[in-house]
Design a protein around this ligand. Structure first.
Ligand code: NAP
Length: 252
């Protein structure tokens, strides 16, 4: 019996790491992708194995098509793809649109959007019944920013996530009768290192009191939703985008 594999891009830290743990609980072998933090990815693998699951780490930058092809080859070498979590994503320094460089915009859209498209392309080629596959599930990480716009912070990031929402709905309909469900999640403010990577390490602490629940979410809380969307429990759910934002995304 070949191993059933779920690929989590950006699985080494934050929401991706929690998603790896949760998806492993479904009985899948987890391909923990990471960009550069091998130690963090190895720790995710060790934690899954300590809990009785199976996982392996594969380096790859989703900005590179060659890396994405190698990632899926590593999956093929080990077993059969059953799911993809398009989680790898970046923010950037707070900046107005009238200050944005083409280099910044290229990085943002190549990682957050093109990378997700290319990973989904490879997943559909393997999972679609049209291509002889057995079906599967794709979960795309959007953001509450897709609705809020992230003015004076990173409108480019928000726009990349708005595009992820459209991509989710379109791909879901494209492969709905090919055994593949495609759904999205819009997290609100989640306590991970992404805020420090955008030059705002204090962002969670500063914003928390203004949030509807007066607290940020945890990566584990988002991972529970990812786990459900990956699972057969969500067998009639496709093209859905779930707000896991503690009510933040309904604010004006
Ligand atoms: P994070 O803590 O910054 O972790 C980012 C992960 O993505 C790391 O595993 C990192 O790998 C990986 N990564 C970054 N660039 C990559 C690339 N080019 N190729 C492959 N992997 C790459 O982020 P997070 O907060 O968990 O966010 C995860 C997703 O949720 C993102 O799509 C983000 O936009 C979305 N989201 C987050 C929040 C939030 O408040 N945290 C809110 C809404 C949406 P290394 O460890 O190797 O660097």
């Amino acid at each position: 019996m070949p191993e059933s594999i779920v690929i989590v891009t950006g699985g080494s830290r934050g929401i991706g790491a929690a998603a790896c743990q949760s998806a492993a609980e479904l009985g899948h072998t987890i391909l923990v992708n990471y960009a550069s933090n091998k130690a963090a990815a190895d720790q995710v693998v060790a934690d899954i194995e300590a809990a009785g699951g199976k996982a392996f780490a594969v380096q790859g930058d989703v900005r590179s098509e060659a890396d994405i092809l190698a990632l899926f080859k590593a999956c093929d070498d080990r077993g059969t793809l059953a799911g993809l979590v398009n989680n790898a994503g970046v923010v950037d320094m707070p900046c107005r649109v009238d200050e944005m460089t083409v280099e910044r915009l290229s990085r943002m859209f190549e990682i957050n959007l093109t990378g997700s498209f290319l990973c989904a392309r490879e997943a559909v080629r393997r999972m679609s019944t049209r291509h002889g596959g057995k079906g599967g599930a794709i979960v795309n990480l959007s953001s509450a920013a897709a609705k809020l716009g992230a003015a004076a912070q990173y409108v480019d990031y928000a726009a990349s996530k708005g595009a992820i929402d459209t991509f989710t709905v379109g791909l879901a309909r494209e492969v709905a009768d090919e055994g593949i469900r495609v759904n999205g999640i819009r997290p609100g403010i989640i306590d991970t290192e992404i805020h420090a990577s955008g030059g705002q390490p204090e962002r969670v602490a500063m914003i928390e009191a203004s949030l509807p629940m007066k607290r940020a979410g945890t990566a584990g809380e988002v991972a529970k939703a990812i786990k459900w969307l990956l699972s057969d429990e969500a067998s009639y759910t496709t093209g859905a985008i779930l707000d896991v934002s503690g009510g933040r995304s309904i604010l004006p």
